[in-house]
Ligand binder design. Structure first.
Ligand SMILES: Cc1cc2nc3c(=O)[nH]c(=O)nc-3n(C[C@H](O)[C@H](O)[C@H](O)COP(=O)(O)OP(=O)(O)OC[C@H]3O[C@@H](n4cnc5c(N)ncnc54)[C@H](O)[C@@H]3O)c2cc1C
Ligand code: HEM
Length: 399
């Protein structure tokens, strides 16, 4: 464990680390990738370039250090990060590499502040954090390896179907090449997809939410073609190059965003491709015959970009307790005539007499700005923050 003095030294240097920002993180990643180019197969290069991942690692180390003497408050973040790390197949030896380059970066960039005593305190603090994260990751690996249909590391899967769900979203169903069962997952969880697009210089791993209920045999993901500000590497590769019959590797399902086990009035709220985890939750609730009120609320650009409309229609026919409402930026008269569509941004106030307020469980997924906008509305409608659950399709951000 850390001494009082070490904790004070670490906390005292956090503001320096925070204020140094991007320059220090860039230095760190360049230093580490030069020494260990194999790590380029783990880190998302686009997130690196846009600065998103760089920020995630350093802000986490800084915030862990702030709470180093209060590890209980870190449990939630540890769960999220450890799950993400397992979808990338991160190993204990990677922690030694990251730790080494992190401390070396601090010493090289701020030799006065990071004297031997401070550097030793940081080394000890990093070792504590790495031990907690890596320990949880080993537990998750063991659980997933030993469960029915489970496995460890990348496993080959064949694409058995490819279906366009709307203008930009394509579903892929994967079956394992070994013909054995696959691990069940909690609705809302994602898996890691490991590919080597022809255009890419390294292997790339991306997370995709499972978009159907678990069936023990196959997995379905639904992928949006990313085009802005430039074509996304893996999503365009999956859309354009990967065909039925092709084989790629998957890492086992993971994630701390999932449907609560307790049956409760449930409101599934999404925008764009953020509807994928919601669909897995919805299909699971319907299959389980849960009879509590259920809402599926979705926002997207227009009807052409609205995925799974007919599946929602079928489910609503079967399920009396399922209510739907949609918001399109561009609406037609035909959309409005359905009575299910409103124009513009999602407005929960318009449904406030029907929604299970404030006691329902609210699940959110979509762009961070959308989720922030919806969360603000929910809080104004009296929902408590602990009943609002959300997933970010990228490095995590607080709402
Ligand atoms: C838990 C989780 C679940 C997810 N579930 C889904 C899902 O169900 N469906 C889905 O479609 N996606 C999902 N995603 C997102 C998915 O993992 C990928 O991030 C997404 O497909 C984009 O990957 P890509 O390789 O196509 O784009 P990348 O090449 O990774 O690019 C990502 C973004 O960065 C931009 N970019 C690239 N280079 C630069 C640069 N130099 N400067 C600035 N911007 C740049 C691109 O234009 C793009 O918008 C999920 C993500 C997470 C974390
Ligand atoms: C104590 C050490 C570490 C801390 C505090 C840490 C923290 C984090 C955090 C906060 C995230 C974002 C999680 C999210 O989006 O929800 C993350 C993601 C990630 N981490 Fe770590 N991490 C550590 C060690 C490592 C190691 C050893 C590796 C591998 C060499 C690694 C590789 C990654 C990668 C590749 C991602 C995903 C990046 C992305 O989506 O672009 N991390 N980590």
């Amino acid at each position: 464990m850390l001494t009082e003095v070490q904790i004070r030294l670490v906390k005292g240097t956090v503001p320096l680390l925070e204020s140094a920002g991007v320059a220090v993180t860039e230095y760190f990643y360049n230093r580490m990738f030069n020494a260990h180019p194999e790590l380029l197969d783990i880190f998302n290069k686009s997130n690196q370039r846009s600065g998103r991942q760089q920020f995630a690692l350093f802000s986490a180390v800084a915030s862990y250090a702030q709470h180093i003497d209060d590890l209980a408050t870190l449990r939630e973040v540890v769960e999220r990060v450890a799950n993400k790390h397992t979808s990338l197949f991160i190993q204990p030896e990677h922690y030694d590499i990251v730790g080494h380059h992190l401390i070396a970066t601090l010493k090289e960039l701020a030799p006065d502040a990071f004297n031997t005593e401070v550097a030793d305190a940081w080394t000890a603090a990093y070792a504590v954090l790495a031990g907690i994260l890596s320990g949880r990751e080993q537990q998750l690996y063991t659980e997933k390896r030993s469960a029915t249909g489970g496995w460890y590391g990348p496993r080959p899967f064949k694409v058995i179907s490819k279906t366009m769900e709307s203008e930009l979203v394509c579903s892929f169903v994967f079956a394992p090449v070994d013909g054995q069962p696959v691990l069940d997952y909690l609705p809302g969880q994602y898996l890691g997809v490991k590919v080597k697009p022809a255009l890419a210089s390294n292997i790339e791993i991306r997370q995709y939410s499972l978009s159907d209920q678990a069936n023990g045999q196959t997995y379905r993901i639904s992928v949006k073609r990313e085009t802005l500000p430039q074509p996304g590497l893996v999503s365009n590769y999956l859309h354009d190059e990967v065909k039925v019959g092709d084989v790629l590797e998957l890492l086992p399902p993971a994630g701390d965003f999932y449907l609560q086990a307790e049956p409760a009035p449930t409101v599934l709220i999404s925008a764009g491709v953020g509807l994928t985890p919601m669909l897995a939750m919805l299909e699971t609730i319907v299959a389980a015959g849960r009879n509590t009120p259920l809402w599926f609320l979705h926002a997207c650009e227009n009807r052409a970009q609205h995925s799974f409309v007919s599946r929602l229609h079928t489910l609503a026919q079967q399920q009396d307790n399922l209510q739907r409402h949609y918001w399109y930026q561009q609406v037609t008269t035909a959309d409005l005539k359905t009575g299910l569509v409103s124009a513009g941004l999602m407005d929960l106030g318009a449904l406030k007499d029907q929604l299970p307020l404030p006691q329902g469980q609210f699940y959110l997924c979509g762009p961070a700005a959308f989720m922030q906008f919806v969360k603000t509305q929910l809080l104004q409608l009296g929902v408590v923050a602990t009943n609002i659950h959300y997933e970010v399709f990228g490095p995590h951000q607080a709402l």
